[in-house]
Design a binder for this molecule. Structure first.
Ligand SMILES: [Zn+2]
Length: 295
């Protein structure tokens, strides 16, 4: 198995909230995820600390185009790195205008720069889309792209032998806390997510690398917990909606419910802050509500 470095992007000053992964091969380094441009200097410093310079990075594999995973991709493309993405994400990386506007509606225009930093266009020559189960070989490593919608319609889990980089479809699990599903708008699809969990199950991975955060044992126990928690989250929002609660009331209630769940499993307040940075509860309310309304 090649050497894999987990680089902590220290997003919003929180350790273990967002990772990028540097995978060594005989041609240099493949990055999986690059984080937002706001943490770009931290990524460069983290790579340097393990002896990697930006010019070693020949390939960037994106799990999806949310800013916390792909915001800095344009910088890498501009510096000679080939970027790979899901076909539905391609046009938004080539021209991020709509992606940026949609994120600004969710996060607020005033917060965009401090949260994510700038996002620029990628030259179509520097980025390519991959189909489901496509295989790509770089420097002796063969990667398989698994289209895994649910968290986002344009999500890929990247398999490298017994390791799968699960992006967000494999959930968020920080510092030994429980695994939880991040459910932001706009395109959560619980039905597709359950199917993607089946796909992940079929890969018989020894290790999942979660972007939020780091390696965890792959396999059924993890996926079972994720699936159960997804059902709980959806049931909570559905019940609140049925009861006629406003979205504001739901956000307050869901934050309490989801964070009390973490506390009940022994998660410290410091680590709850990292969960909040990686996966804000108000986002999951908005995402699940939107999915329920589409049913
Ligand atoms: Zn995401």
């Amino acid at each position: 198995m090649p050497t894999i470095h987990s680089i902590d992007l220290n997003f919003l000053g929180e350790p273990a909230a967002i990772a990028a992964f540097a995978v060594e091969d005989s041609a240099g380094v493949t990055l999986v995820e690059c984080g937002p441009y706001a943490t770009h200097e931290t990524l460069i410093a983290g790579l340097k600390a393990v002896g990697i310079s930006p010019s070693d990075v020949h390939t960037l594999l994106l799990t999806h185009i949310h800013f916390d995973h792909a915001g800095a991709a344009w910088w890498w493309a501009r510096h000679g790195t080939s970027v790979y993405v899901h076909p539905k994400g391609l046009k938004h990386m080539i021209d991020p205008t709509r992606l940026y506007a949609s994120a600004a509606r969710i996060y607020g225009e005033d917060n965009m720069e401090s949260l994510w930093g700038k996002m620029e266009k990628i030259d179509p020559y520097d980025i390519a889309a991959v189909l489901d189960r496509d295989r790509l070989t770089f420097g002796g490593n063969t990667w398989v792209a698994h289209h895994t919608p649910g968290h986002a319609s344009h999500h890929i889990a990247w398999q490298l032998g017994k390791v799968v980089f699960t992006g967000d479809v494999g959930g968020v699990m920080i510092q030994g806390g429980p695994v939880v599903p991040p459910c932001p708008p706009p395109d959560i699809n619980v039905t597709h997510w359950r199917e993607s969990i089946q796909r992940l199950r079929s890969l018989r991975a020894e290790t999942f690398y979660l972007t939020h955060y780091g390696p965890v044992p792959g396999g059924n126990a993890h996926l079972e917990s994720l699936s159960n928690r997804l059902d709980e989250y959806v049931a909570w929002v559905a019940a609140a909606r049925q009861a006629g609660k406003t979205e504001e009331e739901m956000v307050a209630g869901f934050t309490q419910f989801s964070e009390d769940n973490l506390r009940a499993e022994g998660v410290s307040e410091a680590i709850i802050k990292a969960y909040r940075a990686a996966n804000p509860p108000y986002m999951s309310v908005a995402g699940i509500l939107r999915w329920l309304e589409r049913q």
